[in-house]
Write a protein that binds this ligand. Structure first.
Ligand code: ADE
Length: 238
């Protein structure tokens, strides 16, 4: 048997920790944690807040609407975490970060420990980005009201890639985008519903033909739905 891979630990710093309790308590993320392959710990930034009101945000210098997340509570929390272990990355979830895709998820899934910082309000004091953050990640070209949903997406995308998390390890490799192609269509019983049938090749029991059909369908689908990915795939083939 292969030795068990080390646990990937992800610490998430948030001012809305309740938003992050449910996403990791179901299905694959739950199983990943039960198997000891993934550990997700959510930290309430307000516990590190300034003064007796545990303040974590303040007015921005120079004036303007919107509060800004203060550096001191974030720094205190990160330094405390860093005393316990080394971190590969300290990631700020931000709409102006690098766009999350399968390649980035694959790369991050090789980490041992990461901190995710969820932003709120108008943004975070720029010094946090300059001195404490190693990487910024966006989950899409739209603005969320906070980084928590982004962090949940990132944990899920990365967590399912850890070897041993999915029962059938091949299936993570066959996901859409894993080789820059979208996934081929899938079918289950019944073979005929109304007059809508399953492609006969899938019932043929001929493994090589099924494999070939899936590959062709994935290519066709990519060319139609995601021409830019198809072009990339063609370019890589040259
Ligand atoms: N915070 C706000 N918008 C975001 C986005 N698109 N991705 C990640 N974090 C965010």
């Amino acid at each position: 048997m292969n030795p068990k891979p080390p646990t990937l630990r992800i610490d998430i710093i948030s001012v809305q920790p309740d938003l992050l309790h449910s996403p990791f308590q179901h299905s694959i993320m739950k199983r990943a944690q039960e198997k000891g392959l993934l550990e997700v710990v959510v930290h309430d930034l307000k516990k590190y807040g300034h003064g007796k009101h545990n303040q974590v945000d303040d007015y921005q210098y120079g004036g303007g609407a919107g509060m800004v997340m203060m550096i001191e509570p974030v720094d205190k929390c990160i330094q405390q975490l860093k005393q316990a272990r080394d971190y590969d990355e300290v990631i700020y979830l931000s709409p102006d970060g690098e766009l999350l895709d399968q390649h980035l998820a694959n790369q991050l899934s090789l980490s041992k420990a990461m901190i995710f910082l969820c932003g709120h309000y108008k943004g975070i004091d720029e010094r946090i980005r300059e001195h404490l953050i190693t990487r910024e990640v966006s989950i899409g070209n739209y603005v969320l009201s906070g980084g928590e949903l982004g962090a949940a997406v990132l944990v899920d995308t990365i967590g399912r890639l850890i070897p041993g998390v999915l029962n059938n390890e091949v299936s993570a490799l066959e996901d859409s985008f894993q080789d820059d192609l979208v996934a081929p269509p899938v079918y289950t019983r019944p073979e005929l519903y109304k007059d809508w049938s399953v492609p006969p090749v899938l019932i043929s029991g001929h493994a090589a033909k099924i494999e070939e059909w899936r590959r062709t369908e994935a290519l066709k689908r990519t060319a139609i739905r995601r021409p830019e990915l198809y072009q990339k795939w063609l370019d890589q083939k040259l």
